[in-house]
Write a protein that binds this ligand. Structure first.
Ligand code: FES
Length: 573
């Protein structure tokens, strides 16, 4: 039966909106919000409140010439200074004509820095997928562990591949492995397309709690992983039907969304995951286009907020085999911490909030071009702000934020209790002209039109306090003092770009540990590779994860006191 489109089903979009500085453009319907149009133009806009008009992050700058083409709601979230500067919330601004607006906190993902490298350790080559040629039948059998999963005509033993995919909340990183040699033959990365619609984990849990939302989020992730697999195949010359397994690693929510498992239970007490990982699925069930009988492996999940990415990190760093007391820390919106005390593992997650990802920070942004990523105040008090790509500063990313606050603590602009000096109270003329009041509150000019405000410092304090409190309580649960920790392993993209002295100055880690820190990068991906390369690793880690003692910090009566104590800045903390 042929179908016809009714006039109502075709959206009418009479206007064009162009977003600067990227130049991305999209057609807009009457009364559509700028946020919706920006997303259609492929821009990733920080919108943690999901367009409710409460978070204040989705700002656009409206030039006077564009005012007639827009209807701006006065929401009361932006300050009077911001409104005077022409700022408006894109989620509360509707289109009424052709316009050009500046959207500073958005990017297309192009040029975004995605950390693909990570510590690989030593993995004995004993892959889960193997092939055996049977000359009598002139056929090759494909095994997954001890099971025969496929039968190919002729001798195909030289072509045996698998892919590892790290599914981050913001980015995806995939690698293709030649299992006959244990070598990585190609690596690709991209933005997680879900970030266009819901940036943080909590809003994705909410969206994935309905059948429709789950199908939407799963579908876009599946398509992006398939696109990455195609790119891996193209760049390496490998045929996708010779890829027999994909290992997916990521936080608990991402693993649910990648496999189409409902996320509702992750959003309400007792936060029980619908899947626990540690098993394989047919690739066709997940919708991945590899060999028709190919499989998808999910590493075991430790808990609702300590995911398979941490399992992968434990595996590849051989955490439980390291001598002494070792802290494994992944700093993100959830700080995930694992303590190994001579092989006994304790894990916890702590809600650090998104400050370290540049969110809820006045000029915060992700690690893309123009983000201040390094910051120093030299002995002659000159300021050195380094941006990604050497471009004019357009915001501050997580590592820059840590550097800036650490330096301001060092020179006394931020006191150990987090209070910022007010203009003219500092007594240091060289820095005095960078201090000002924004909406009556102290702020520091980091670069042209880029400020760090008192409220930003408070957000950093909360994030730092939560993470440090998690570390302190985990140590207490293990009956250990900080100076008994032999090694600190920091995983993840954010951690990779941090400077140890800034971490110490902020008091994010106990000062005594600053010379014991090691950065290992993206161990979620390299751990996923290890699962592909060594089948015994799966049995081993399955048993190990079952023995991890997950400490619920929220249930610990000491948490609040330790958290408040941990909010102070400085070396002595
Ligand atoms: S998305 Fe939060 S205020 Fe617009």
């Amino acid at each position: 039966m042929s179908s016809t489109l009714s006039a109502e089903s075709v959206p009418i979009r009479p206007y064009t909106v162009r977003f600067l500085p990227s130049g991305a453009a999209a057609a807009a319907g009457k009364d559509e919000t700028l946020l919706a149009v920006a997303r259609r133009a492929g821009l990733v806009v920080d919108a943690p409140c999901g367009g409710e008009g409460t978070c204040g992050k989705c700002v656009v700058r409206v030039p006077p010439t564009a005012r007639s083409g827009l209807r701006v709601e006065d929401d009361g979230v932006l300050s009077a200074d911001d409104v005077r500067e022409g700022l408006a919330l894109s989620c509360q601004t509707v289109v009424a004509g052709d316009v050009e607006v500046f959207i500073p906190n958005a990017d297309t993902g192009v040029g975004m820095r995605i950390l693909t490298d990570g510590y690989t350790g030593e993995v004995h080559l004993d892959p889960h997928i193997r092939k055996r040629y049977h000359a009598d039948a002139h056929a090759t059998l494909v095994y997954a562990g001890d099971d025969i999963i496929g039968n190919e005509s002729g001798d195909t033993t030289r072509e045996v591949y698998a892919a590892a995919v790290d599914i981050g909340t913001t980015t995806l990183v995939a690698s293709l492995l030649d299992l006959s040699r244990g070598a990585v033959v190609a690596t690709e990365s991209s933005l997680n397309p879900q970030a266009l619609h819901a940036q943080d984990v909590l809003s994705r849990i909410k969206t994935g709690s309905t059948d429709q939302g789950l199908a939407f989020l799963h579908g876009m992730l599946r398509d992006e992983i398939n696109a990455l697999l195609s790119r891996l195949a193209t760049s390496s010359g490998v045929r996708l039907y010779r890829v027999y397994e994909v290992a997916l690693s990521g936080n608990t929510c991402m693993l649910h969304l990648a496999t189409g498992a409902p996320t509702a239970s992750l959003g309400k007490y007792p936060y029980t995951p619908a899947i626990r990982g540690g098993h394989s699925l047919p690739a066709t069930d997940v919708g991945l286009r590899i060999a028709p009988f190919g499989q998808v492996y999910l590493p075991p999940i430790i808990g609702p907020y300590v995911g398979a990415d941490i399992t992968s990190g434990i595996l590849v760093t051989q955490l439980e085999r390291r001598p002494g007391v070792v802290l494994f820390v992944d700093i993100g919106t959830n700080g995930e911490i694992v303590l190994s005390d001579n092989g006994r593992l304790l894990a916890a997650s702590t809600a650090a909030g998104p400050a370290f990802e540049g969110m809820n920070i006045r000029h915060g942004m992700r690690a893309g071009p123009g983000a201040v990523e390094r910051f120093r105040i030299a002995t002659d008090l000159t300021i050195h702000a380094v941006t990604i790509g050497g471009q004019p500063a357009s915001g501050i990313c997580g590592s820059g934020l840590v550097d800036i606050v650490a330096e301001l603590v060092r020179v006394g602009i931020v006191a150990p209790n987090g209070r910022m000096a007010r203009p003219t109270t500092l007594g240091v003329p060289a820095l005095e002209d960078r201090l000002l009041l924004l909406d009556g509150k102290p702020a520091f000019r980091v670069a042209k039109a880029i400020y760090l405000t008192q409220s930003d410092v408070r957000h950093v304090q909360f994030a730092k306090g939560a993470l440090r409190a998690g570390i302190e309580l985990l140590l207490k649960h293990a009956g250990r003092a900080a100076d008994q920790v032999d090694e600190v392993i920091i995983a993840g993209s954010f951690g990779y770009h941090l400077q140890v002295d800034s971490l110490a100055r902020l008091g994010l880690l106990p000062a005594v540990l600053s010379d014991r820190v090691r950065f290992v990068g993206n161990t979620s991906r390299t751990g996923a590779e290890a699962f592909l390369l060594n089948t015994k690793a799966r049995h081993h880690i399955h048993e190990l994860v079952a023995r991890v003692n997950v400490v619920e910090l929220a249930d610990d009566a000491r948490f609040q006191a330790v958290f408040v104590q941990s909010m102070g800045f400085g070396q002595a903390s």
